[in-house]
Design a protein around this ligand. Structure first.
Ligand code: FRU
Length: 492
């Protein structure tokens, strides 16, 4: 039986979506139908299609009691919106159905695992928060919460784990059929730990061990873990809070981290060998992955992070986007990411300029637009003072990706994008030319820019809410730049 809360949310969403025109949404990035979204949830394959859920508050552009929005796709780029999957409608999740994951059971049902949040008023007027792990099962459209929820309670926490911060289960099934789930628990001392549970049937869970912990390094509390084997290594993705800055690597505050290492799955022992930010830009948090039927590990993230999320740009009718799905690989203990190859079939006519020389400023005929796939290769990066690609230009508006040859850094800058709040609008990170060249692939989609450096060695993301008429692209160089441009409009 559908609860009143879920029914109301579904009806509200359907009615409100009628007020938003298709061109007010991104062309191929996911948003909520209306209202607010944050983390991607339940990214998985079910009955041969990709299913994706997301943290959802349809009623306003602000975070509120979390529902699970739901979409599906056959190509990871064109998504069909399905009715809202879950609402916070029970005693154990009435304050929110927080982040989680999904998989297909052998009997054909779809299994969701999520964090139920319960808030209880205490006699002294304070509120007690309890987070537990819960299950729901469904057929790809309708879900029923499991009658024996919650399936992992505070009593199963490792010693010192706080009942108020225990969340974000990511479930998978091993080759031998055993279910595993990694999630985060905050200890009394404020540090985060990634904890592992196992189950024979997907419903009855027992504690295995602690896979890693922040220990005052790499932030304090962690959120949204993912854990998978890739290219002979084991990768753990985390979204830590309160990171401390590390020159050329981490910035202060919320961040994302990939730990690359090895895993002894019989001893539940993960050994870190390297760590790095997952995305080096401004708007990226809470990534989650799935394995595609052809064996690719694909990641999608919330294209936003908490500190900036309170500042909703003027005039938007919904708030929050997810990134482009990205294919991951590991080389030399480094995580690489590139746009999913499905994007190639959306490329329109190619416009190419080879070996251009530039000192000063230049526009190129046919190189413009806000929904495009463009690769700019700077051939003499090592000799150059500076080189900028400015996009979403028009009137006083522009955003830029600039290379400073002296410092060896790339800077993302949206100070002039029309986003009029005093929040983070630029970010710098180190880049290394390869054989003297720097290759920048830009994916623009109406309200965002994602930049992939040197074939996916680094990715950097930012949202831009500049009016769509500002669609110019300019190149600028100090010194003489030699560069090539290859550009395709993306057609959807
Ligand atoms: C991460 C997060 C998760 C939580 C969810 C709540 O962005 O804080 O830890 O489950 O968002 O919406």
């Amino acid at each position: 039986m559908m609860s009143e809360k879920l029914k109301k949310a579904r009806e509200f969403e359907a009615a409100q979506m009628k007020q938003i025109l298709p061109e007010e949404y991104p062309a191929f990035h996911l948003t909520g139908g209306v209202g607010w979204i944050n983390d991607p949830n339940g990214f998985s394959v079910y009955k041969g299609e990709y299913h994706l859920f997301h943290q959802y508050h349809p009623y306003s552009n602000e975070w509120g009691p979390m529902h699970w929005g739901h979409v599906k796709s056959s190509d990871l780029l064109s998504w069909e919106r399905l009715p809202i999957a879950m609402a916070p409608d029970t005693d154990y999740d009435g304050a929110g159905c927080f982040s989680g994951s999904a998989l297909e059971l052998a009997d054909g049902r779809q299994l969701l695992m999520y964090t139920g949040v319960q808030e209880t008023e205490k006699e002294d007027g304070s509120t007690e928060v309890r987070q537990t792990q819960c299950m729901a099962v469904g057929d790809g459209v309708s879900y029923e919460k499991y009658e024996a929820n919650p399936v992992i309670q505070s009593a199963s926490l490792p010693q010192g784990g706080r009942p108020s911060d225990f969340r974000d289960p990511k479930i998978w099934q091993d080759e031998d059929g055993t279910f595993y789930s990694i999630m985060i628990s905050m200890r009394e001392d404020g540090n985060g730990q990634a904890v592992l549970y196992r189950s024979e049937n997907g419903f009855d869970w027992s504690f295995c061990g602690i896979l890693d912990e922040s220990c005052g390094k790499l932030g304090t509390m962690w959120e949204c873990p993912d854990f998978f084997a890739l290219d002979g290594k084991q990768v753990m993705l985390l979204s830590p809070m309160a990171m401390q800055p590390e020159e050329g690597k981490y910035h202060v505050g919320h961040g994302t981290v990939a730990l690359v290492g090895s895993y002894d799955k019989n001893a539940f022992k993960f050994t870190r060998e390297a760590d790095q930010p997952i995305d080096w830009g401004i708007d990226f948090y809470a990534p989650q992955t799935t394995l595609t039927p052809d064996g690719r590990r694909v990641m999608i993230a919330w294209m936003q992070a908490w500190p900036n999320s309170k500042f909703v740009p003027d005039g938007v009718k919904y708030f929050g986007q997810l990134t482009l799905p990205r294919e991951l690989s590991v080389r030399d203990n480094k995580l690489f990411q590139n746009p999913v190859r499905e994007l190639l079939s959306h490329r329109g006519e190619e416009i190419c300029y080879e070996n251009m020389e530039l000192s000063g400023e230049k526009t190129l005929e046919g190189i413009e637009g806000r929904t495009l796939d463009m690769t700019v290769t700077l051939h003499n990066a090592e000799e150059l003072q500076s080189f900028s690609v400015k996009f979403a230009c028009g009137g006083d508006f522009f955003s830029a990706v600039s290379y400073n040859g002296k410092k060896g850094v790339l800077c993302l800058d949206r100070n002039h994008s029309g986003y009029n709040y005093d929040i983070v609008h630029s970010r710098e990170f180190g880049v290394e030319p390869k054989n003297g060249e720097l290759k920048l692939r830009f994916i623009l989609d109406r309200f965002s820019a994602e930049v992939f450096v040197n074939d996916g060695e680094k990715a950097a993301t930012m949202t831009i809410y500049t009016p769509q008429e500002a669609d110019g692209i300019r190149f600028e160089a100090e010194g003489t730049a030699r560069f090539s441009v290859q550009k395709y409009n993306l057609i959807f």
